[in-house]
Structures are given as C-alpha cells and as structure tokens.
Design a protein around this ligand. Structure first.
Ligand SMILES: [Zn+2]
Length: 190
C-alpha cells in the first residue's frame, strides 16, 4: 500500500514527495508482466541560485525500492523528466551519475532516447563533447532560444524489456511545442 512517509509502516510503499512518480503493474500484449514508472526529478533549490534534482530522485528511488525488489525477474521500465544531464563533463557529472548508478543496481539500463551512430552529435549540445555526444534534445527554454540544446528526459529498463524496444524517440511538432517545453518521448515495445 502507498502511504505518506510519516505514516508508512514496514511493508508499505512510502511516499516522500507526492506527485514525483506514478507506478503501475501491467502486462504486455503477450502477458509479460511490466512495472511501469513515470518519474519526475523535482527541482531542489540550493541557496538562491543553484538547483539540483538528484536528492529528490534518490528519495523517489528509495520510495520505489520495495517495488523494484518485488519486481525482481519481471520487466521494469522507468521514464520521465529527471531534470539532470548524463554524460557531461562538468560540476554535476558525478553527482547526476549517482542516480543512474543506483538504478543500475536494480537492473535498469539506459534505453534512450539517443542519436544513432550515423546521426552524429546533437548540434549545439550542452555536453560540449561532439566526439561522444549521442544526446537528443528533449527540452526547450521558451524566451531563451540561445541556450544550448539539452536532454533531461530518459527511459531506462531491465534487460528483458530493453531487448523488446523497437524504438525510443522524441516527437517535435508545432503542436507539441505549443503544449509543453518538453518533446514527448515515445518508446515502442515489441
Ligand atoms: Zn551531447
């Protein structure tokens, strides 16, 4: 049972940040069970200027831990706006990597979205590493179009689900730009 953390007992799924994730157990078309999680990295202010999301994500991963352990041997897919970068060489790199490292402990691998080898680097990418960049722009900053291209949305899954991913890509149209500052990420499973 999901319970607000102050009232949660052992065995409950404790919710420390209401609204930061939604989880559902479902089945794929062939009956394969799947734990699907929508995860949002809540911004946390550090002083007056800096913001980070890894502390909130670690709280959510703690909340999700009983579900991830219970799903052992079954498929898990986690997707969402994590509000962090991956593969950047900067102040945040090691801190943000802890989130992906921790999810990897539960078998979750990065699915994407990512550019193919033949696509080359994302033009103007924030990572600044054209040799290794496979980022996909998932967020826009209306009114600040000169900002570097940025990816903060990611999909992760356990190996059995990774093997069933037919595609993981973004959609960007006039309609998507009108309703959100993020490009929707679509993951199709076979
Ligand atoms: Zn990049």
């Amino acid at each position: 049972m999901a319970v607000e953390i102050a009232r949660a007992a052992s065995g409950d799924v404790a919710i420390s940040q209401p609204g930061s994730f939604a989880a559902v157990t479902t089945r794929l078309h062939d009956g394969t069970p799947l734990l699907a999680v929508s995860l949002y990295g809540l911004w946390q202010k550090v002083g007056s200027r800096l913001i980070e999301s890894e502390s909130a994500l670690h709280r959510s991963i703690s909340d999700l831990t009983p579900l991830l352990i219970r799903a052992r041997g079954k498929g898990v897919l986690i997707a969402g706006d994590l509000n962090l970068y991956l593969g950047h060489d900067d102040f945040w790199a090691a801190k943000y990597a802890t989130v992906f490292d921790r999810l990897r402990a539960y078998g979750l691998q990065l699915v994407g979205p990512a550019r193919g080898e033949e696509d080359g680097p994302l033009p103007g990418c924030r990572c600044g590493s054209p040799a290794t960049c496979r980022h996909v722009q998932t967020i826009h900053y209306p009114g600040h179009e000169s900002r570097p291209a940025t990816q903060t949305d990611f999909v992760l899954a356990t190996p059995d689900i990774v093997g069933r991913v037919a595609r993981c890509t973004t959609i960007e149209t006039g309609e998507t730009r009108a309703i959100s500052d993020h490009n929707p990420v679509v993951t199709t499973l076979r």
